[in-house]
Design a protein around this ligand. Sequence first.
Ligand SMILES: [Zn+2]
Length: 100
Amino acid sequence: MPEPYPTNSKAWLCKRCGFVVGLIRETPERVSRLDVFRRSRETVSPIDLVEADPFAVEDLDAGTVRCSRCGNRQEWHASERALERMMARRKVRTFGLEPT
Ligand SMILES: [Zn+2]
């Protein structure tokens, strides 16, 4: 039996064709990791995740990933989402401050 795939994962979409290129998993240490599908897919169903060896690359921290459907290349950085969260917090924190 394959390991059950974590349910807190999020689809990482191709910015050109909108297909699911991979899945973003958050580790218990709250670090994001990308698992890249061998073939981009329109949707992700639980069956995809029990299929033998669906990923071309697992645990990707950063790199360029190619969409197998349309050939678009896009950058993945594990820090991308952490950065988004940080920016969101910063916006809240500085809101209402006098400009210097
Ligand atoms: Zn694509």
